[in-house]
Design a protein. Sequence first.
Length: 364
Amino acid sequence: MRVVAGGVAALCAGVFCLPLALGAGGNDDGQDWQDACRPTTYAVRMANKTQTKPSPEPAPSTDAQVLVPLDPKGPQTRATWTATQVRNAATVTSVARTRGLPPRAAVIAVATAMQESSLTNLRGGDRDSVGLFQQRPSQGWGTVAQLTDPIYASSKFYDTLVKVSGWQTKPLSRAAQSVQRSGLPGAYAKWEREAGALVAKAWGSHAYTSISAGCDSDGSNDPVGHFTVKNPRVATQAIVAAGGASGSSGWYRRCDNFVSQAYGWGSSGSASANVHWSRLVHMGLAHPGDNNPPPGALLFYDTGESAGHVALYLGGDMVASNDILGAGTIGIVHREDVTDGTWRLRYRGWTEPAFPDAGGSTTI
């Protein structure tokens, strides 16, 4: 039976999730997590007429949350990207950010490059096509040397994109096709979810996607929770521990500590749920916007506050979370009680149950 949230109006003003004192193995001064979560962005200068390769410069970082809007049409393709491919996506994203374009432009561009080159800076292709976007020198995009420079190629893509009427709200495939004039105009759509994940990762530690405001399954298709990370407890043990803690008190604003305690740690190793999310995004253990988490996954939410929220996914669209059913109380609730109940939190995505710098032993 679904559990209905209620009686927590006082908590909606600020859902902070600070862990206990870090204890053994924790970051007492917080410097490590600050370094780990500092957005890495670069100012980009256009290539000049002499084809001199521009030198990246650090761009001012920002702590403001940035929405990466997604609206996938049709089936989505999943892929595993190499470090080089992720770096190329980050370059495409950095060019958009430096030009003052919104994240939507980067999502369109990265999805286009996924389809055209698999995010690989190709030296050849169909006819005289080259580079990430398979742009053709014979069609006036630039020289081979220019088009195999990801910064120049990205800039040329954006030059054309911003001239497309209503590109910000067009379906991704239509916006990309307006630039590329491909023989397969519908092929770009399947990469929107993947592109959004890489753009959110590259844009900065406070970027999040809009792919989901809640849950859209009954849990019957939940993947099996085979995680690569190691904790004192495996996912099945953590789920049992979290369920056994249902009804216990003393967890007010301690969501990140609760999920780490379920996995056998005494502290999470991060200063808040948002910091924890950012660290796992940068480690490649996060799945932004993915609405089909495996049991045992950590589900992260945007609260509009600096701390954020995290819950432990039990499977069957049920989560263990503090404060939902009462201040400081652990409750077993439906996922929709988090996104559509009193709190109305925005779902950010799920991560493997990893706890960098965690320390101590659990009390549950």
